[in-house]
Ligand binder design. Sequence first.
Ligand SMILES: *Cc1c(COP(=O)(O)O)cnc(C)c1O
Length: 360
Amino acid sequence: MRAFNFSAGPAQLPYEVLEQAGRELSDWQGSGMSVMEVSHRGAAFIECAAHVERALRDLLAIPDNYAVLFLQGGASAQFAGVPMNLTAPGDTVAFLKTGSWSGKAIAAARAQDVHAEVIADEAASSYTTVPAPDNSTVPPAAAYLHYTPNETVGGVEFGYVPATGAVPLVADMSSTILSRPIDVSRYGVIYAGAQKNMGPAGLCVAIVRKDLMGHARSTTPSVLNYTAMAAADSMLNTPPTFAIYILGLILDWLTESGGLAAQAERNRVKAATLYEAIDTSSFYTNSVAPDARSWMNIPFTLPDPALDTPFLEGADADGLTNLKGHRSVGGMRASIYNAMPLAGVHALTDYMADFAARYA
Ligand SMILES: *Cc1c(COP(=O)(O)O)cnc(C)c1O
């Protein structure tokens, strides 16, 4: 029996993808080897990686003036990698601080000797809001504005793309990429760790506007240097081959199920179903401002923390796993990325109603 896994990451993968990977595991494309055992320099894997890049470009409609990079070190490496590639020491970088991941990005940029100017900080709402679209002025001298479109821990998501004028916009899309169509041309750099919505851990995808490349600091390690990695087709060193292969299966799955517009509609319905169950009960609470509620990560609390353990034990017994909230927030968190079917959300809302009726 497959669980409905509500983990924030590594997250549930599509069943069809796991089945196909399982069928191909010991003999990939008639090679007599698994994809994990073939050379990344061989024709078969090079074609696999090229297919993944094409499929990602098609799904996200990535313009030709953007490079697609397959990197390692997770999104966290890019917290340092972006300033290494886009700034010199002492440059100003603007930030929107909306929760714990943007906070980590700010700290890592400061460690690279940039002057981090936090032009909006949602601390006053305990990070349950996003800044109003016209509420923050980007310093024109900033090397870029960095923001986190979806804050995975707090369950806060931007419903708009910040306007930055000529200043490049950099987005950590780890927990929202591929959840809906986006206009890539609005961004200078997009980066995302794969383990939320794109596949297994170990892979980080970066989409970089080409005119921003070529300015990396001389101290940048080559595996973090966008220009060097692009020149080597992301194979300067051994890439995370299995994670790239699984990403390809996931992109094919998304394409065959109607692309990102269709996926966005499924995600909208799933999130609306869960928020409605929370909002219409007097038992569960989500404290995120309605215009900032995430489609992907939905935290909620019970009326008494003493009920958390029985709630989690009962959920586990029903095959609803990993609902425990982040330690910094408490309560519950249901992460409902692309691979979570609507049936999983219904199973959760049924369980929640049943639990509330028993414990209210
Ligand atoms: C998970 C997450 C990260 C960290 O990703 P790693 O791949 O573990 O480095 C960074 N930003 C956001 C928004 C995340 O959800």
